[in-house]
Design a protein around this ligand. Structure first.
Ligand code: MN
Length: 489
């Protein structure tokens, strides 16, 4: 091929820029830091002369004319950036037609030419107006977020005394890690003048959550009226108002609310600082962002806790997770303690959970793909869903209903792999009127209070007396009662 020989020998060029107005010029300036191996083609002779004066390689030519490429060696990367949409489209078509290997980045003049350029084979099409609009909105959001964190910091800076950080009842890793991070921010802001106390009610049931608290050595206190009086300031994390899934008496003044749950406006406390972002997968994600924005050093425990909090609330980054959450995870990753994280996620099973699992396996009754199992009296409710998760894997089982009796009533947990059944709806229909029920199509739970029977000592006997009509409601709705024969396993 003779085409390359027509020009002065210039060796291989890495980039070609077609059309060198203001955008083209900015691109070559940007590329300049890594290479001078750039060839510019522009039809304006004066512009080409200016570029040559600045020591750039440039030739005069109309990029609409396919013949100009006869005498030019087309490199791997071509920027098509003139401000004429027909010229850009023609150039992309010629290049893609003749040099399919070349990677083409093209400038669109409007949304319509954007799709035409893509159809012509451009690898990447830039519509500058859109890029500017996106950057502008992104920047202002970033600025707002940073301002929010700074406002929190300045507020904490001015406080003295005790700050109670209250998690929701039966706190989960999201709530606990958020409280830890807020405590770290409060300490940094107040130069340790603020005495920070993390408060909770209920229990920490699931063995993974207990491992989390123990291994990270998290100090938490019970939320008692006495402790509440001692705290001059109160913050709520992962819940939005006093009395909303926490034991603070409604009406108590709250200073800080940080949450990610979608809520009605009445359920948000009037506080000095409120940051509720239902878009995010976890409250821990919001706190992680504060730490980044404020440039506060994050210690290993806090980073590990936050990462675990985000992971748990998003079910291993599969539920309600946003790019923002993943950015925050990326920030935390190098700061976390991997060994610790491993230990939390594979904790040893507590004796009670093991007992419940054992009873669930032993007492199972299977009928037409439905597994029922009575686990008797249970103190730790979290054991039930774990048993159901385990038994749903049995061969021949599509739906598992595990039930037992707690201190206040009958507890049922169900799991299903059967796409025809909506468990949440079934349990609500069966038990919604006589108790609390709800859930998702494939996992649901119900609690039926037994207020009249709380005097009974032998809870298991009580359960065996009342369970038949209870199960009947479930069987009727799923249509199980019509099928004859009990093939117990
Ligand atoms: Mn949460």
């Amino acid at each position: 091929m003779a085409d390359a020989d027509l020009r002065e020998p210039q060796g291989e060029v890495e980039y070609m820029v077609l059309g060198c107005g203001s955008i083209g010029y900015n691109v070559i300036e940007e590329l300049e830091s890594e290479t001078r191996s750039i060839l510019v083609v522009d039809r304006d002779e004066k512009r080409v002369k200016d570029l040559l004066d600045q020591n750039y390689d440039a030739v005069t030519g109309d990029i609409r004319n396919p013949a100009i490429f006869d005498s030019l060696r087309v490199p791997k990367v071509v920027f098509v950036l003139s401000n004429e949409k027909d010229a850009n489209l023609a150039a992309v078509q010629t290049i893609k037609g003749r040099f399919p290997e070349a990677e083409v980045i093209a400038r669109a003049m409007d949304p319509l030419s954007q799709s035409a350029l893509e159809a012509a084979g451009a690898e990447f099409v830039i519509y500058p107006q859109e890029v500017v609009a996106k950057a502008a909105v992104h920047q202002i959001r970033k600025l707002h977020v940073t301002r929010i964190a700074q406002r929190l910091f300045r507020m904490l800076e001015s406080w003295e005394g005790a700050l109670g950080i209250v998690t929701h009842n039966n706190p989960d890793p999201d709530a606990i890690s958020s409280a830890m991070a807020l405590a770290a921010i409060a300490r940094a802001a107040s130069d340790r003048r603020l005495q920070v106390r993390i408060l909770y009610e209920g229990n920490i049931g699931h063995q993974e959550n207990r491992a989390f608290v123990n291994l990270l050595d998290i100090r938490m206190e019970r939320l008692t009226p006495q402790v509440l009086r001692e705290c001059r300031y109160l913050a709520l994390v992962d819940s939005s108002a006093p009395g909303v899934n926490n034991n603070i008496p409604p009406g108590t003044p709250i200073n800080i609310v940080i949450d990610h749950h979608r809520i009605e406006s009445e359920a948000v406390a009037a506080a000095d600082f409120v940051d509720i972002r239902p878009g995010l997968g976890a409250t821990a994600s919001i706190l992680t962002q504060y730490l980044q924005d404020l440039d506060i050093p994050v210690d290993r425990k806090v980073a590990t806790a936050l990462l675990y909090g985000i992971r748990a609330d998003t079910r291993d980054f599969r539920r309600n997770v946003t790019p923002q959450d993943l950015n925050n995870v990326a920030f935390l990753l190098p700061l976390t303690d991997n060994d610790l994280l491993d230990k939390i996620t594979s904790p040893s099973i507590s004796k009670e959970t093991l007992d419940v699992l054992g009873k669930a396996v032993q007492n199972r009754v299977i009928r037409s793909g439905y597994l029922f199992s009575n686990v008797g009296y249970v103190r730790n409710r979290d054991a039930l869903p774990q048993a159901a998760d385990y038994l749903i894997n049995l061969e021949g089982v599509n739906t598992a209903l595990i039930y037992g009796i707690g201190d206040t009533g009958i507890i049922l947990t169900a799991r299903s792999r059967d796409v025809r059944i909506n468990l949440g709806a079934v349990l609500t229909e069966a038990f919604g009127e006589i108790g609390d029920a709800g859930g998702h199509p494939n996992m649901a739970a119900a609690v039926i209070p037994l207020s009249f029977f709380s005097m009974v000592d032998d809870k298991e006997k009580l359960l065996s007396l009342v369970i038949d009509p209870v199960l009947k409601r479930f069987e009727n709705i799923v249509g199980l009662e019509k099928k004859e024969g009990r093939n117990e396993l």
